[in-house]
Structure formats: C-alpha cells, structure tokens
Design a protein around this ligand. Structure first.
Ligand code: ADP
Ligand code: MG
Length: 316
C-alpha cells in the first residue's frame, strides 16, 4: 500500500464526518479551504502526541484515534468555539493495515461526535507521533480567554474530576471490575465539553480545560487573570465510582491528576444567576476568585497552599 492509497483509504472518508459546509475544500489538494463567515473569528490550536510520552507504548489504536482528537478538541471547548475541522500530521513506523483501520475508526467516531471534519494532513514514516490542529469559530470578539477572571467570581468545574487519573492504575488490568471500567472509560474516551463551552460564551469571565490537573490548570487561569482564588475540598465533584475505588485519595486525584478534560470556569454571581437550570446542573461551584495571586485550598476548616500538606502523589 503506497502513501497515497493509505491516505485515501483510511483518512479521506473522515472528511465527511463533521459539519462540512464551512470546509470548501477538504483533503486532496495542496491546502484545504475553510470559509469564515463574516462576523466570526477563527479559533485554532495544535496538539502533538508522542508515543511513550502522551500515550503508552502499544496503546490500542482505536482508543488513540478517539483520544487524539478529543484532547485537541478540548482546547476549542475551553475557548467556547464551535468546532469546524481539523488537520492530522501522522508519523508512523510502518503502514500496518490493522493499526490504521483501528486508528481511523476511533478518529472517525470522534470526528462525527464532535462535528469536526478532517480537512487535510501529512503522512510520514518515523517513530509514532500524531499532531492534530483543530479549527473552530466564535462570533467576533467572543472567544473565552484565560485572562478575564474578576475578584468575586465563582470558580466552577464541569462534570467530575479525578477519574482519568485513577484509571492509570488499571491500564494493564485484564479483567477490570465495573468501577474500574467506569474510570478507564474516562481515560480512554475523554469527552471535550464543546456544547457546554459554546453555551457559556458571553456568560463566563474566563475558562481553561483541565488537561494537567485542576491545581495546575486553574493556576494558569489565575496567573493569566492576575488574581487569586480559594477552593473548597468538600465541594469537589467526585464520582461514586472514584470514591469507592480510592476512598480518601479521591480528593488528591481530583486536585492533581490530569486527563479529565473537564472545563474550569470563572463567572460572576450575577451571570451565574442568569444561566439556564440545565447549564447550571452541569457545573459545580468549588470556590471564589480573590484579590492577590496563588491558590488557597480549604480542607475541613484548614487552609493550605497546593502542594503543601500531602497533595503530592497520585498513588492510590
Ligand atoms: P503536499 O506534498 O502538497 O503537502 P501531501 O502529498 O502531503 O501534499 O498530501 C496530499 C493530500 O493528502 C493533501 O491534500 C493532504 O492534506 C492530504 N493528507 C495527507 N496526509 C493526510 C492525513 N493523514 N489525513 C488527511 N489528509 C491527509
Ligand atoms: Mg503541495
């Protein structure tokens, strides 16, 4: 199978996966063409995934297909962007048809789920590495940045935290139990919060997606905004499965572990009050923005800085 047959067979079909009306020209020419509607801004980001660094060696290619697009799309969700299309630069050690079929099928599922069509890419031989650039759009000026948090805003997170981190313990498990399967699904099939991010445009003051852990990513948001925050350990959203699996260490994982791809946002109490019931039900208020810098963690009446007092390991 030659390079072009490979691309045509496995990747061209994914050009039909998303909303194709904005992609005037998909893969096959020297460039793709995306039409930007008048009055909208293009929002784009690239993510590289290296075998052994961002995913384990011999990782299931179908899961890798989903995950590689999900983690890239999560950045669009954090900006409140409506997804449009993506490009894929793929470096492969060899053209293994089974691997390619499985990778392309995971990628195609994610692409149609997220509404992202494959607009083009590049295919080369070398150590396994994937680079995905995602494109979205927002009404002009409405992209959500990290830098807008204001003193007095609530700090909120979507979904539940810590499960993908717990899954690292069960990646090698041959016969995972129900709770283990639940947390493994969070690691293998992350769901970028694209609809939520877009729905929060115009309401929230700042947002970041949680890829490296709540403390790390909220820290980036606070630094960009020039503010501090306190969060309350008792308010962290933890799933029942996580609590059953790791007990008290659930808090550790929720604060420190990455790979959840939930959103962390800040929002004024007034805007919070104007959110629909449906959107509020997808968010949990975990703290408040304060003047100054840094993050303070309230734990059972005690205040501590992140990292101090035992939030230093992921082991369960
Ligand atoms: P060029 O040499 O002009 O950059 P290529 O030979 O690299 O073009 O690619 C030919 C066409 O196939 C281009 O339209 C490119 O976007 C597409 N393509 C290459 N690799 C991929 C891929 N992995 N996924 C989707 N499209 C791809
Ligand atoms: Mg060319």
């Amino acid at each position: 199978m030659g390079e072009f047959e490979l691309i045509r067979r496995y990747f061209f079909p994914i050009a039909e996966a998303g909303n194709t009306s904005a992609v005037l020209l998909g893969p096959g020419d020297d460039c793709a063409i995306q039409r930007i509607e008048p009055g909208r801004d293009l929002v784009f980001s690239v993510d590289a995934l290296v075998e052994g660094v961002h995913f384990p060696h011999h990782y299931d290619p179908e899961k890798l297909g989903w995950r590689s697009l999900a983690v890239a799309a999560s950045d669009l969700a954090a900006m409140g962007a409506d997804p449009v299309c993506f490009t894929l630069a793929l470096t492969l050690p060899d053209a293994d048809p089974d691997w390619l079929h499985a990778y392309a099928s995971g990628l195609a599922s994610a692409a149609s789920c997220f509404g992202l069509s494959l607009a083009g890419g590049d295919t080369t031989r070398g150590p396994l590495m994937l680079s995905l650039q995602v494109h979205g759009t927002v009404p002009r000026g409405q992209a959500i940045r990290r830098s807008g948090a204001q003193v007095g805003d609530y700090v909120c997170v979507s979904g539940t935290l810590g499960e993908a981190g717990a899954a690292l313990n069960y990646l090698e498990s041959n016969n995972p139990q129900a709770d283990e399967q639940a947390v493994l699904a969070r690691y293998h099939y992350p769901e970028p919060r694209l609809r939520l991010g877009a729905a929060l445009r115009g309401s929230v003051s700042a947002a970041v997606d949680i890829s490296d852990g709540l403390i790390a990513d909220l820290g980036h948001l606070l630094e960009a905004s020039g503010v501090a925050a306190c969060i309350d350990v008792a308010k962290l959203p933890l799933s029942a499965a996580l609590k059953r699996l790791v007990g008290e260490n659930a808090v550790n994982l929720a604060l420190n572990a990455g790979d959840d791809y939930e959103l962390c946002i800040t929002i004024s109490p007034r805007e919070w009050g104007s959110l629909s019931e449906d959107i509020r039900s997808r968010l949990t208020i975990i703290g408040e923005v304060k003047p100054g810098d840094g993050l303070v963690i309230n734990d059972d009446g005690q205040s501590r800085a992140p990292g101090a007092g035992g939030y230093d390991h992921f082991r369960t």
